[in-house]
Ligand binder design. Structure first.
Ligand SMILES: [Cu+2]
Length: 159
């Protein structure tokens, strides 16, 4: 009897503790500008695809996570050549955004990976993305579904 009454109380206080920090709005005057956002159509039979964009933060910040109703899960990936193979690994700490610097997420480089995409994404659709930053307020982006202008694995331009 004792245990049955104590457990729900403990669970409730845990929930309350987890809830509290999220309610504090971040205090920051940093803003992030997003341009050239697009998501590649999902390949036939696959439930994953990449999204690309250019981010410019007014002060030092970090892209920490992305959410979208079209994807069950979203990761930030970096691309690496390992043993002659293009490998993608999750950037657990997000993408650093140095003040005033345009940071490109692009094919063959750092990118946003939509996973568990239930309905195929086709050219002409729009993907709503919510970007969350370490300091700046969240940014809502409507990314058109389109083929990116450069092919995966293409040599980066000299810059
Ligand atoms: Cu990826």
């Amino acid at each position: 009897m004792m245990i049955r009454t104590l457990l729900p109380l403990a669970a409730l206080s845990l929930l309350a503790a987890c809830d509290a920090p999220e309610k504090a709005a971040p205090v920051s005057d940093i803003t992030v500008t997003v341009t050239d956002a697009l998501c590649r159509p999902t390949p036939v039979g696959r439930q994953m695809t990449g999204c690309y964009m250019t981010l410019t933060a007014s002060g030092d910040d970090r892209l920490v996570s992305i959410a979208s109703p079209v994807a069950g899960r979203i990761e930030i990936h970096e691309s690496k050549i390992e043993g002659g193979m293009m490998m993608m690994t999750e950037m657990a700490n997000g993408v650093p955004l140095p003040a005033g610097q345009a940071v490109e997420l692009k094919p063959g480089g750092n990118h946003i990976m939509l996973l568990a995409v239930a309905d195929p994404l086709t050219v002409g659709e729009t993907v709503p993305l919510t970007l969350t930053f370490a300091s700046a307020a969240p940014v809502e982006v409507a990314a058109p579904v389109a083929q990116p202008p450069v092919a995966i694995g293409a040599a980066p331009a000299a810059h």
